[in-house]
Ligand binder design. Sequence first.
Ligand SMILES: Cc1cc2nc3c(=O)[nH]c(=O)nc-3n(C[C@H](O)[C@H](O)[C@H](O)COP(=O)(O)OP(=O)(O)OC[C@H]3O[C@@H](n4cnc5c(N)ncnc54)[C@H](O)[C@@H]3O)c2cc1C
Length: 392
Amino acid sequence: MIDDARGRVLVAGGGIAGLAAARALHRRGVPVLALERRTAPEDGGLAINLPGNAVQALGQLGLGDALERVGSPVRRREYRTHRGQLLFAVDEAAFWGEAACPRCLRRSDLQRLLGQDLPPEAIRRGGTIRAVRATASGVSVDLGEGGVEQGGLLVGADGVHSTVRRSMFGEQATRAAVLGQASWRFMAPNPGIDAWTLWAGAGGLFLLIPVDTDAVYGWVSISRTGAGERDLAKVRRVFAPFPRLVQDTLDRVLVHPDAIHHSPLEEVRIARWTQGRVLLAGDAAHATAPVWAQGAALALEDALVLADLLGREADWNTVGLAYEARRRPRVAHVQAMTDRLSRTAALPDWARNRLLPVIGPRSYRAAYAPLREPVSVWERTGDGRGASVQGA
Ligand SMILES: Cc1cc2nc3c(=O)[nH]c(=O)nc-3n(C[C@H](O)[C@H](O)[C@H](O)COP(=O)(O)OP(=O)(O)OC[C@H]3O[C@@H](n4cnc5c(N)ncnc54)[C@H](O)[C@@H]3O)c2cc1C
């Protein structure tokens, strides 16, 4: 590939998708420049849960060993009622296999891993992309006072409110759908749990995932709250019937309201991710409610597929269509599974508690079994049929 600006890939954003794209491209020998508006990562000290396909993708990015030194494996998943009764459990280590066992780690650790070994010239921080323009030889991005950068292709990995998406597809396409729930994320001292544990009850979900023996990552979501409600303390009554452990954790968290992150659940579902030499990746293309925790996984997989195509194809004009063809089926699968479980979560308590012991394990398998095939294999079949899973 030629080594002037026409042979260089620009990446908008240095989050999970942007860093993964920069890393994957660099490993394929494709010159890359990621442009990130923030001068330092902002993750609020939070953690992230990585299902097995994210762990596999990190392995393909050369980070398998490094990953084992951060966070904790998530070996078991438990779904409980709001009174603590176990509805069903999943042996995640057995399902994914030891090598791809899900993992919960701090977001800062994930960002650090993705950025390690990247040459300094591959990422520029403190530059906000304001506009995108197609040029005769590729793409030009306007960074305001930061000047202009040229590339042969632009990957818009600038998140759910993507400027690149707005520039290419207009205002309409950028309107993310906000699901009808308020949600918050936080870190808390580990109250003694060693499994991914969800308590589901009338109007609320409460999830804790161990990050290590000292800390848990928590996610709370409320379905019956006034529009615009942002204050977790005010909706605490929803959790009054939940087990003591949940309430004690909430009490500890509410002592530090600044460490509670209001996290609107927004989705992006658009008909096209590519236009000419501009491609969208990660949340910019397909932000999805975190029902199956697939945000990071899909972003990492996008990066692997993009780097594969850009490293191999001489003609970058055709890469966009090939990228969509390879990624659409897997993303559509995750979106369909997300909608399906969201509908179950919205059922009245009595119905959900009767149904989940039966359909819960099946839903888990239906959602994750096709994703167990590493991304390159899966896309050879293209429709998920190749993802028949031993032991599922
Ligand atoms: C409540 C909640 C819980 C979640 N839990 C999980 C989970 O457990 N596991 C999981 O895998 N996923 C989870 N997700 C989803 C996950 O966080 C996202 O899918 C993932 O962070 C997407 O990464 P990204 O790089 O595409 O976008 P982002 O992380 O949003 O990164 C975009 C980057 O682009 C930069 N940027 C934006 N605009 C510009 C611009 N104009 N110029 C330059 N830079 C710009 C931003 O500063 C940012 O760094 C969760 C999401 C929510 C809301």
